[in-house]
Write a protein that binds this ligand. Structure first.
Ligand SMILES: Nc1ncnc2c1ncn2[C@@H]1O[C@H](COP(=O)(O)OP(=O)(O)OP(=O)(O)O)[C@@H](O)[C@H]1O
Length: 913
């Protein structure tokens, strides 16, 4: 019974398997489901518990003590000392609100990233009730018998009971060279981590296949003890956040300088010291853009959520913006460009091509099909997605055997196997030994050199001459040029000890059985996505393990290469020096890197990055991990990829589809654009807020102060926040994917943005606002030098306040596009913005018309004439910007944000290629 079972911490994994099974009350057939469920409640889920359950007080404290908040606190204290209690309270409210806002945003962003774990469920294959099943890794319990195969992440500590695996232990001991682990019946000597019989949670299997009995789970595992994984690394700020933080500081310093500068001018203009200090503080508080950073974090988090819905799980906030500046996508072929649903259509037997559907199964076909099917490890899933059962190439071979009348049962196949030389992406072949025979299948160039004989039409082995070999390779080329994937199949009959004496010794003197050619149709969405990538100035290279002509045909079918595709083989790449590779890549001609190795992939990635490219690189195998880590955006396949690749990647595609990468690039560009939109909007208000004070100060007090400090705060805190947030959710502007990628080092706040914010929108608004203020004074009958009664002054300042609000509505509409006309995206298409503006109006109306608020904010009700005067303001501000954008469009294609200087959207021919 489980209650009497040894507690996991006490299980001694050093015991021989038979004793271990007795202790764990288990057997090689695994646990019963009920017993496993029971153990799960007793021992708890197989998860590493978080150390920092309650992090929020610390996070909140961090928000309240960040430098901008401290700056504002000093301002509040000065206001208090200067007997401006309402101002001090208002500034404290600003601090509290901003800290709360930033805190919520950061939590949301964090949750968005954490929630992604749900898209990447770690799972394990275990024996339950005597049959293999896939269970979530968190449900593993001590006593479970789990299967481990190439590419799996190992999720519990266990002792091997059969098989041999290579294990990457770097998570535990930092050692990056995989070590061999094998089952053994003896007790384990020496240090645990070095034991040949044990495997550990957090490590990964890089080759081979084995079964193991789970000894420890959750915090009882070695990695749980070290608790290495429970400590989450600090989230690095994204380049965008860093840029904005810098800009925020520059503006804060400018605001403080302006505030301090205003002090003497205010006093000279006739304000008392107290009033001058109050206004100076108001200027500082108004212009410190404290809400900017959290809003950017929120925009990036929203981008992550949206990408996840579109099938791309992004693991880092900063990846969203990097995606937007992608200049090169290096994609693999199988499963990304193609559907990964293979079907054998033709075979090549004894020198003749045959259509599988038409040919009756004769002895040679049966031999070929049986050999190919025995040399597999895939298990077809019952009715489920074919991709769930294993390698689609192998599933196609199992189906071929069925068609040929020699169906292979996966369980019997595995039981009869006495050796497995796993598929190696460098050698591009695999072999198994079963019933005294070795079966090999793989890339023809890899298998053919190992063959010395071939089956003739009568099924007899005859010597394989050079002429034969040339004939085989010519057939391979014919199939490949039709886009077919070709696998060569061979076998060897020899004494068992020769076949199990190691790969090199076993895979010699083979008899060539024939070729198998299969179709793998391109995914329907890919041609459109490739065209979109080209319009967006992105180069697409294919880096594939497959044969050049096959890959080139598929690539050409989906539009890669603009009809001028270049093929570089793995061997050619190996011979090429770094300088030659740089030259090759510099011309931006799209290339198929065929028969590539993981090292080749890494080299291409490094060379492209050294050229200043932003590289998105796909990969699915264990060996792809270095390239995935090295790329700017490592993209792993969520369905067909290995756990190791998924862990190394920045982005995981839940649908394995190339089109999703392009969609992710589009989302990245849109998020970046939207950040610019709200930066523009938030910057634009500075001018109409500062100009009234300048007029007051420069007139030496002859013109009354046009705006009160609390009115400024009401704008910054109340009316402006929601529209700014709504801008961060704006839809894509037309032409978003028709422009070249943004140069990664382009600052988000460039000269054009500042000119538009301050010079155009700001100055227009300031002129209108001052016009409203002066017009009101003139209507009241005030003339320069006259004394102004408080009620009349309140009415005039209210007009300034309402004028700024009205102008900000126009600015919000103008900010919605960077280049395009508002009409092209639909005037009312951003519902959130409409809601934000409704709130803005209601808030302003409350301040102007609600009697309890009026004395606090120094406002007075406005009449019909004033409202009529204000009504055109939004349209004028937006209209001026609309004219500016129209002129910009007329001047030619989108300016700025272009890529590297050598960039051209159309490929240029390679020198000498
Ligand atoms: N299961 C397998 N057994 C034996 N040989 C295989 C197997 N899978 C692939 N091959 C051979 O190895 C070659 C390389 O395969 P690999 O998986 O590295 O890349 P790929 O699937 O062809 O393409 P991509 O890199 O685009 O995914 C294939 O072209 C094929 O000839």
């Amino acid at each position: 019974m489980a209650q009497t079972m040894t507690a996991p911490a006490e299980v001694d994994e050093r015991q021989p398997p038979t004793e271990l099974f007795r202790h764990l009350r288990s057997s090689p057939a695994g646990l019963r489901s009920r017993e496993a469920a029971h153990r799960l409640t007793v021992f708890g889920p197989n998860e590493l518990s978080r150390r920092h359950g309650r992090r929020w007080p610390r996070q909140l404290r961090a928000q309240l003590t960040q430098p901008l908040a401290v700056l504002l606190m000093v301002a509040a204290m000065l206001a208090w000392a200067g007997h401006s209690a309402p101002l001090a309270v208002a500034v404290l409210a600003v601090i509290a609100l901003n800290a709360g806002f930033a805190f919520v945003q950061e939590r949301q962003a964090e949750q968005a990233v954490e929630a992604l774990a749900a898209y990447l469920p770690a799972s394990a294959r275990v024996m339950r009730d005597g049959a293999p099943v896939e269970v979530p890794a968190r449900e593993l319990v001590p006593g479970d018998v789990m299967e481990v195969a190439e590419g799996d992440r190992i999720c519990a500590d266990a002792r091997l009971i059969d098989g041999v695996v290579a294990v990457d232990m770097s998570a535990l001991n930092g050692e990056s060279v995989p070590v061999t682990r094998a089952a053994d019946a003896e007790p384990v000597p020496g240090p645990l981590l070095e034991a040949r019989e044990l495997i550990f949670s957090g490590t990964s299997c890089t080759a081979g296949q084995a079964r193991a009995v789970v000894t420890h789970t959750a915090m009882h595992t070695e990695i749980g003890r070290i608790a290495a994984l429970s400590q989450r690394g600090r989230v690095e700020p994204s380049p965008l956040e860093r840029q904005v933080r810098r800009a925020t500081w520059i503006i804060a310093v400018a605001a403080v300088a302006a505030g301090l500068g205003f002090l003497p001018i205010g006093v000279l203009a006739g304000l008392g010291w107290t009033a001058a200090v109050t206004f100076a503080i108001g200027l500082i508080v108004a212009n410190v853009p404290e809400g900017l950073l959290p809003t950017i974090t929120l925009a990036l988090a929203a981008g992550i959520r949206e990408l996840a819905r579109a099938g791309a799980v992004v693991k880092r906030l900063s990846a969203v913006e990097t995606l937007g500046s992608t200049t090169v996508i290096c994609t693999d072929k199988t499963g990304t460009l193609t559907e990964n649903r293979m079907r054998v259509t033709r075979v090549w037997l004894a020198g003749a091509d045959r259509d599988v559907a038409a040919a009756g199964p004769d002895r040679n076909l049966r031999d070929l099909a049986l050999a190919a099917a025995v040399c597999t490890t895939a298990r077809p899933a019952d009715g489920g997605d074919p991709a769930d059962g294993g390698d689609p190439t192998e599933l196609a071979l199992l189906r071929l055997a069925e068609t040929a009348g020699v169906a292979v049962d996966p369980a019997g196949r595995d039981a009869a196997r006495t050796a497995l030389y796993a598929f190696d992406p460098r050698d591009k072949r695999m072999s198994v030994v079963t019933a005294g025979r070795l079966y090999t299948k793989g890339a023809p160039e890899s298998v053919l050199p190992l063959c010395t004989t071939a089956l003739d039409a009568q099924g007899r082995a005859a010597a394989l001459t050079d002429r034969h070999r040339a004939g085989v390779m010519a057939a391979v080329d014919r199939y490949a040029c039709a886009g077919l994937r070709v696998i060569a199949v061979a076998r060897r009959v020899a004494a068992p000890q020769r076949l199990t004496a190691g790969r090199r010794a076993a895979e010699t003197g083979l008899t060539f059985l024939g070729l198998v050619a299969m179709v793998d149709p391109p995914r329907p969405a890919v041609p459109e996505a490739v065209a979109a990538a080209h319009r967006a100035g992105i180069t697409v290279h294919v880096i594939t393990g497959d044969y050049g002509p096959t890959a080139a045909e598929v690539a050409a079918k989906v539009g890669i290469g603009h009809g001028r595709l270049r093929i570089v083989t793995g061997a050619a790449l190996d011979r090429m020096g770094d300088a030659a590779l740089d030259r090759l890549l510099a011309d931006r001609r799209e290339t198929v890197f065929a028969r590539s190795s993981p090292e080749g992939k890494l080299r291409i990635c490094e060379a492209l990055r050294a050229e200043g490219h932003i590289v998105a690189m796909t990969g699915d195998g264990v060996n792809d991990a270095p390239a995935l880590r090295h790329a700017d955006i490592g993209v792993a396949m969520g369905r067909s990829g290995t756990d190791v690749a998924r862990e190394a990647a920045t982005m995981v595609l839940t649908d394995d589809n190339f089109a999703t990468i392009v969609r992710a690039v589009e989302a990245g560009r849109r998020v970046y654009d939207n950040v610019r939109k709200f930066v523009l909007y938030i910057f634009a208000h500075a001018v109409p807020e500062i100009v009234p004070f300048l007029v007051f100060a420069l007139s030496g007090g002859a013109v009354p102060v046009p705006l009160t400090v609390l009115q400024i705060l009401a704008i910054d805190l109340g009316t402006e926040t929601l529209p700014a947030l709504a801008l961060s959710r704006e839809r894509a502007e037309p032409g978003l994917m028709d422009r070249p990628p943004r140069a990664p080092r382009t600052g988000i706040i460039d000269r054009r943005l500042l000119w538009r914010a301050w010079g155009l929108l700001g100055v227009t608004s300031a002129v209108l606002v001052m016009a409203g203020f002066c017009w009101t004074l003139w209507r009241i009958g005030w003339r320069p030098g006259d004394a102004l009664p408080p009620a009349a002054h309140a009415r005039a300042t209210t007009m300034t306040f309402a004028g700024i609000v009205a102008c900000q509505i126009g600015t919000a509409f103008a900010s919605r596009t960077d280049h395009a006309s508002l009409r092209s995206i639909g005037v009312f298409s951003n519902r959130l913005l409409l809601g934000g503006i409704a709130f803005e109006l209601a808030f302003a109306a409350a301040l102007i018309w609600l009697p309890p608020l009026r004395p606090l904010f120094g406002t007075a009700p406005l009449g019909g004439a004033e409202l009529a005067f204000l009504a055109p303001f939004p349209v004028i501000v937006w209209g001026v910007d609309e004219i500016y954008r129209a002129r910009l469009r007329r001047r030619g294609p989108r300016p700025a944000m272009a890529g590297p200087a050598t960039w051209t959207t159309h490929p240029v021919p390679a020198p000498g290629s």
